[in-house]
Ligand binder design. Structure first.
Ligand code: PHE
Length: 343
């Protein structure tokens, strides 16, 4: 018994030396002190096989070693927790003689983030909540639930990356994948936006990238109309590009809305006169939108006789490019500091 205890103690001490964080410490704690199958619990069970006169002595020894090791473990835990709280001052002195290191530049937000924050502010002012959806998504939420069953030709336009061995998982091709999730999670009425990263199998060029950003929105209620949708989208366009900005909607097919539109605003660079960026049309496409298709409402378990709503998806990367006059979408993901430091 005593030998065994000494061995446990040695094991504990040598493993303790290798612990560098709270997670490893937790694993160690389970191994030795778990009530169910920790080393000490197992020893405790062994006590009953000892002769009565030895049992008491062994029990005392076991308890004292257990207490000793537990104490070490708790101390280590507090140490890590203190570090985690950023309370470095408790464990490290500040070296007041250290020379001044000069102006270390602080870093700054990525242009995507800047536009995302700006949009989130505009939407928050209209009472929208902002939510995150998963980037690795089921085929179901990305396509099928959005009225795009397997074999539907609309899938061709959004080819993406599938996960080996899990053919029903995809990297989401659109933030629309959160529409049905949102209605299931929060119920209706609902007013929510989902900014996020999306993926497509593209051969890249200045206007196409395999990874880019969108901002989805969905509003569902008993008396939500197409006019409400237009009002919301116009408010956003003006907040981003100025009061004089005009917006127009043109019919466009998206399987998960009916009717569906694509939204254009007067080109922010030439203010509608026509330039290279807007291909001399004076208009720039910045979102897709429409009234949520009844099949989508049904899929989410929402009573489509009683409720209706609209959804929209902004090309966030597109907005960033237009706002800052960026000519190639690939800059945004390049990590090139010569580009990023301009923001
Ligand atoms: N998800 C669509 C796209 O990626 C955009 C969209 C969103 C259209 C919501 C209609 C409604 O092209």
């Amino acid at each position: 018994m005593q030998k065994k205890l000494e061995k446990i103690k040695k094991d504990f001490e040598s493993q303790m030396k290798k612990v560098t964080d709270l997670v490893a410490l937790d694993i160690l704690e389970q191994k030795f002190f778990s009530r169910k199958n920790g080393e000490f619990t197992e020893m405790m069970k062994g006590l009953k096989d000892l002769a009565e006169d030895k049992r008491k002595e062994a029990g005392l020894l076991l308890n004292s070693i257990k207490a000793e090791l537990e104490n070490i473990l708790q101390n280590k835990k507090s140490e890590f927790e203190m570090l985690a709280m950023g309370d470095l001052a408790m464990t490290e002195a500040i070296d007041v003689t250290q020379p001044y290191l000069g102006n270390i530049s602080k870093g700054h937000l990525h242009p995507n983030t800047l536009i995302q924050y700006q949009l989130e502010d505009v939407f928050a002012s209209m009472g929208f909540m902002s939510y995150d959806g998963p980037e690795l998504e089921s085929d179901y939420y990305n396509f099928t639930a959005l009225n795009v069953p397997p074999e539907h030709p609309a899938r061709d336009m959004q080819d993406t990356f599938y996960v080996k061995g899990h053919s029903d998982w995809v990297m989401r091709t659109q933030t629309s994948s959160f529409q049905v999730r949102a209605m299931q999670k929060f119920g209706v009425p609902l007013k929510l936006i989902v900014p996020g990263r999306v993926f497509r199998n593209e051969s890249t060029d200045p206007r196409h990238e395999h990874t880019f950003y969108q901002l989805e929105g969905i509003v569902v209620g008993k008396d939500v109309s197409f006019g409400d949708m237009k009002g919301v989208l116009e408010t956003v366009a003006k907040a981003l590009y100025g009061e004089k900005t005009q917006m127009r909607l043109r019919p466009k097919f998206y399987p998960f809305v009916e009717p569906g539109v694509n939204g254009e605003i007067t080109c922010s660079l030439c203010t509608g006169k026509g330039c290279r960026v807007c291909k001399y049309t004076g208009w720039m496409e910045i979102f897709g939108a429409g009234m949520v298709h009844r099949n989508v409402l049904k899929e989410a378990g929402v009573n489509h006789e009683e409720y209706q709503g609209f959804a929209f998806g902004f090309g966030l990367s597109r907005l960033v490019m237009l706002k800052y006059g960026i000519e190639d979408v690939r800059h945004l993901q390049s990590g090139d500091l010569r580009f990023l430091n301009q923001f």
